[in-house]
Design a protein around this ligand. Sequence first.
Ligand SMILES: NC(=O)c1ccc[n+]([C@@H]2O[C@H](COP(=O)([O-])OP(=O)(O)OC[C@H]3O[C@@H](n4cnc5c(N)ncnc54)[C@H](O)[C@@H]3O)[C@@H](O)[C@H]2O)c1
Length: 258
Amino acid sequence: MKLKNKTAVVTGAGGGIGAEICRAFVAEGVSVAVTDVRLDAAQKVADEITQSNGRAAAWTFDVADSSAVEAAAEKIESQLGPIDIWVNNAGVSYITPFLDCTEDLWDLTQRVNLKGTFVGCQVALRRMVPRKTGLILNMSSQSGKQGNSHYAAYCASKFGIIGLTQSIAVEFAGEGIRANALCPGVVFTPLWDDMIEDYARKRNLKPEEVRPYMEGKIPLGRLCTPQDVAKAAVFLASDDASYITGQAINISGGSIME
Ligand SMILES: NC(=O)c1ccc[n+]([C@@H]2O[C@H](COP(=O)([O-])OP(=O)(O)OC[C@H]3O[C@@H](n4cnc5c(N)ncnc54)[C@H](O)[C@@H]3O)[C@@H](O)[C@H]2O)c1
C-alpha cells in the first residue's frame, strides 16, 4: 500500500471524480474524510467504503465558508487523526456565451472553484506547517491551461488554481509540504449532466454527437475517466512523487497542453 496510515480530506466527494479519489485512497490504506456540500451524497460514498472495510466518514461544508471548513477540519482530526493529504476537488461549471455570463454566475464560479481552493489550502496548511509534512492536491482542468469559448468564468477559475498551487508549492517547500494541481480533460460525471446541451449548442451538434465529437479530438481516442484522475492523485500523494511539487499534471489522453 502506497499511503498506509495516512488521513485525507477530499472535498466535493459526494460523486464523480472526488468519490473515485476517495475509493482509490482507501485502497492504498488511507482513512478518508468524504466531504461535500450535499451531506446525503457524501454519506452514501462513506457508507459504501466502510461496508467494504475501508475507513471513511462523511462531513458536510461549503468549501468557500472558511469557518465551516475550519470547524470540520478540527473534528476530522479528532476522529481520523492528523490530516496528511488535502484534496480541493469541489467545483462547479457552466457553459455560457461570454456576453450572457452574469455577475452572479461569475461570482459563484470563482467562489466555489477558486476561493474554495484558497480556503482549503489555508485550513490544511495551518495544520501541516507545524508538523513539517503534508500534501495538497488542487483540481484544475485542461481548462486551466487553455481558454475556450463560452467558458471564461470556469477557465479563469481553473487558471487561477494553477497560480495558487505554484505559489504555495514554492512558499511551503521548505516546510516539507508539496502541492500539485491535476488537469483532467473531459470526464463524463454529473458535472456534465446540465452542460451537454449547452456544449452541443455551442458546437452546432446534436446532444448525442457530443461524445464522439470530443473523443475524435483526443489522441488516445477516449474521454478521461474518474479512475484515470484517481490514479494520478494516488501517485502524486505518494512518496513515488516526492520530488514533484508545483506542477499542473495533464491527464488528457495526449491532448497537448503547456
Ligand atoms: N468532469 C470534468 O469533465 C472535469 C474535467 C476537469 C476538471 N474537473 C474538475 O473536477 C472536480 C470534480 O468534478 P466532477 O466532474 O466530479 O463534478 P461533480 O459535479 O460530479 O462533483 C463536484 C462535487 O462538488 C460538490 N460541490 C459543489 N459546490 C460545492 C461547495 N460549495 N462546497 C462543497 N462541495 C461542493 C458537488 O456537490 C459535487 O458533489 C471539479 O473541480 C471540476 O471542475 C472536472
